[in-house]
Each structure stands twice: as structure tokens, then as C-alpha cells.
Design a protein around this ligand. Structure first.
Ligand SMILES: *[C@@H]1O[C@H](CO)[C@@H](O)[C@H](O)[C@H]1NC(C)=O
Ligand SMILES: *[C@@H]1O[C@H](CO)[C@@H](O)[C@H](O)[C@H]1NC(C)=O
Ligand SMILES: *[C@@H]1O[C@H](CO)[C@@H](O)[C@H](O)[C@H]1NC(C)=O
Ligand SMILES: *[C@@H]1O[C@H](CO)[C@@H](O)[C@H](O)[C@H]1NC(C)=O
Length: 366
């Protein structure tokens, strides 16, 4: 009876142990396994002794002979429990927790552009952004182009250019002072260009062009830094399914302080990450698009927006973003063992154990 209860406990823990491989579960599973084995051995030993006993004392009467069949079954269970417990603690437990990385590639059609954020100045060597002046267009500049967000993906692939100006923060958002995020130890204001789903790339040579207008106080920069630095601007490029704070905290973001008074080309390579995470509450998986970003900068020769100069006007940063290749690197971080591998493995060992106990129990000798 005790053996039966323990057997059910063993099966129960086995299921939990496969689904949730934590140190505590491992200890419990091993405990139950060892306890069950011990009980079964005692039961088998008692049974054998009592069978011998009865056999000797009441050989002629109805003494129960030692049954090879029963012994075979009990032996199988004992060995199975023993092997499974040992395998779990030595191999499967680690396999269920160990992570292996697979690298693959695939090709996707019409990837949409990433989100791009620019940070407002907080040091005097940085550009003072004019957030009412953001521009964005996909493909060659065309003043009569329709909004990209009003097109479907197919239409977007079929038009030479569209206007993505509405991907920048709305006028109310700008009037409220933009968004803020903790960046470099301070509460920094940023403006994010969040492209619509249909702002998709048509491949190499199709550029998403952003323009950011700004001014600069060269005197102030010189007074503070003792050298005249070119105006800088922090940019962050990230997956628009997350907001910037999430992207920064998980590290799935590209950041750089670029020369604002420039024409900068950004090439995006696509990397897709599938992660399986073992958490104390169980396992879950996470899919993220990482970006493999390369930037090349071409500086403007003159700085027209120095506010200390009488005839100044706004400078602008031109960012040209392209996704030249649709070939994507896929990184899969997976657990070495899934529960299904463990079940398959356990089945194989069970066959072996059955064979062994068939021999050991004496059934094989007729
Ligand atoms: C120079 O820059 C530093 C760092 O941003 C700032 O703390 C300091 O007040 C600035 N000094 C002047 C004179 O603007
Ligand atoms: C693509 O555009 C052309 C000309 O603008 C039009 O004739 C054609 O039907 C469009 N194709 C699709 C699939 O929308
Ligand atoms: C950052 O600043 C904004 C506006 O100045 C404020 O609303 C927000 O609470 C601040 N966040 C933090 C974390 O200080
Ligand atoms: C630029 O900075 C200098 C030095 O800090 C200051 O005297 C001047 O007023 C600033 N110019 C403007 C237009 O703010």
C-alpha cells in the first residue's frame, strides 16, 4: 500500500521534475525515488523470505511458491525507479537547464523599419532640437506623397515614395515636452520616430530619410569645453514593439552620439533572437528583433545655426536608413532537453531495464 502511494508520488514528481527543473524539485524527486526504491526492495525481500518460509514449512500444503513473474515486475519497477532517478539527477536535470545556441538564416519579405529616437540636448556641446520641424519620407522626397500609414504593405511596396512625417511625435506630445527616459544617469527628453507597420523596406537603395532641425551655441560650447566641438546628438535605434525604456533596460538597442551637422547613412542588418528562459515560475520564451547597425557619417563643412552669429538659421541632420538585405540571422537559444526528449530517453532506458530484470529475476532461465 505504501509502495503504491509512493509510486504515484514518484510519477507525480516525475512530471513536475520535467516541467520545472529547479534545484528544490530535483531534491524532492530524488528523495521520492530513493524512498520508493527502498520500500520496494524491502517489500520484495520480505516477500521472497516469506515465500521461502511458507514454502519450507508448508511445502505440501498450499504454500505460495516464489513467483518469478511477480519478481520480474517488481524488479523492473525497482530498476526503473533507480535508473530514472539516477539519470534525472545526473543527466536530464542538467539537460533541462542547459542552453544551447543554434544559428540559422532565413529570408523575410518587406521588413518594416526600426524606431529611431533622438535625444534633446542636455550638455552645451549637443544640438538644441526644434521638435516642430521633424521630417520623414520613405523613398525619394516628394512633397505630394501620401502618408505611409494610410497604405497597406502591398501598396507601400508598389509606391515609389510616401510621407512618414506622422511617425514623429504629435504636436500635443511635443507641446507637453516630449517623452523622457533615464539615459546616462539623467532624465533625458527624447523624440521617437515610430514607423507604421506599412513603412516597409524595398531593399538596398530604398532609404527612409529623417530630418531633424536644430541650433547650436558655439560660444557656449567653447566656454565650457575649451575646444569647439561639432554639435552632437544621441540617437537610439530599436525594435518599435518595445518602448525606449524597455529597449534600454533589456539592452536591445543601438545607441550612438553622432555628429548632428551631417548626412548620416544607417545600414540595418536583421537579427532575430528566440530565447528560452528558465525562470523559477517555469519556462517561457522570448522573441526579439535585434539590429546589426552600421553608421557612416559625412560632415557638413559649415555650421549655419550658431545662435551667436547674426544671420543664423536652423541646421539639419539627415539620417538615411536602409535595410539592404532581407537575409536574416536567426539565433535560437534553446534548452538542450525538452520534456519530450526526456520521455523518449526514459522509454529507451525502460526497455533496457525490462530486459535486465527479465534476466535477473530468473525468467530467462526458464
Ligand atoms: C558645462 O557642462 C557641464 C556638464 O554638462 C555642466 O555641469 C556645466 O554647468 C556647464 N558649464 C557651463 C558654464 O555651462
Ligand atoms: C502598382 O501600381 C501600378 C501603377 O501605379 C498599378 O497599375 C498596379 O495595379 C499596382 N499594383 C498593385 C498590386 O497594386
Ligand atoms: C522626468 O521628467 C518628466 C518631466 O520633466 C517627469 O514627468 C518625470 O516624472 C521624470 N521622471 C523621472 C524618473 O524622474
Ligand atoms: C550663447 O552662449 C553664450 C555663452 O554662454 C551666451 O553669452 C550667449 O547669450 C548665448 N547665445 C544665445 C543666443 O543664447
Amino acid at each position: 500500500m505504501l509502495a503504491l502511494i509512493l509510486l504515484f508520488m514518484f510519477l507525480g514528481t516525475a512530471v513536475v521534475a520535467m516541467l520545472k527543473a529547479t534545484a528544490c524539485v530535483r531534491r524532492v524527486a530524488m528523495g521520492v525515488g530513493v524512498l520508493l526504491d527502498f520500500t520496494l526492495i524491502v517489500v520484495l525481500a520480505l516477500d521472497m523470505v516469506s515465500a521461502q518460509w511458507q514454502f519450507r514449512w508448508a511445502a505440501r500444503a498450499h504454500g505460495r511458491p516464489y513467483s518469478r513473474n511477480l519478481a520480474n515486475t517488481v524488479m523492473t519497477v525497482i530498476l526503473t525507479v533507480m535508473v530514472m532517478t539516477a539519470m534525472y539527477s545526473q543527466i536530464w536535470y542538467d539537460g533541462l537547464r542547459a542552453v544551447v545556441t543554434h544559428l540559422e538564416t532565413d529570408t523575410i519579405s518587406a521588413p518594416s523599419f526600426p524606431a529611431i529616437a533622438v535625444f534633446q540636448r542636455w550638455q552645451n556641446s549637443q544640438a538644441e532640437i526644434y521638435p516642430n520641424e521633424f521630417k520623414c519620407y520613405s523613398g525619394p522626397k516628394d512633397d505630394n506623397a501620401v502618408q505611409c500609414s494610410s497604405l497597406s504593405v502591398e501598396e507601400s511596396l508598389n509606391t515609389s515614395s510616401c510621407d512618414c512625417g506622422d511617425s514623429w511625435p504629435s504636436a500635443e506630445r511635443v507641446a507637453r515636452g516630449g517623452d523622457t527616459v533615464m539615459w546616462l544617469g539623467r532624465n533625458a527628453t527624447y523624440y521617437s520616430m515610430l514607423p507604421s507597420e506599412s513603412t516597409v523596406s524595398r531593399g538596398a537603395g530604398h532609404f527612409l530619410t529623417l530630418q531633424v532641425f536644430f541650433s547650436y551655441n558655439k560660444t557656449e560650447s567653447f566656454n565650457n569645453e575649451s575646444v569647439t566641438l561639432a554639435p552632437g546628438m544621441w540617437v537610439a535605434i530599436y525594435d518599435p514593439t518595445f518602448d525606449l525604456a524597455e529597449a534600454l533596460s533589456s539592452g536591445e538597442v543601438y545607441t550612438a552620439q553622432i555628429d548632428a551637422n551631417s548626412h548620416t547613412v544607417v545600414d540595418i542588418g536583421l537579427v532575430y533572437y528566440h530565447l528560452e528562459v528558465n525562470f523559477h515560475l517555469g519556462r517561457y520564451s522570448l522573441d526579439v528583433c535585434l539590429l546589426d547597425v552600421t553608421i557612416s557619417v559625412r560632415q557638413n563643412l559649415d555650421l549655419v545655426c550658431d545662435v551667436d552669429y547674426e544671420f543664423w538659421y536652423l541646421c539639419h541632420l539627415t539620417l538615411e536608413v536602409q535595410i539592404p538585405s532581407f537575409r536574416r540571422t536567426v539565433v535560437r537559444e534553446e534548452f538542450r532537453y525538452q520534456w519530450s526528449n526526456v520521455v523518449a530517453d526514459a522509454g529507451a532506458y525502460f526497455a533496457l531495464v525490462q530486459f535486465l530484470s527479465w534476466i535477473v529475476s530468473g525468467s530467462a532461465w526458464g
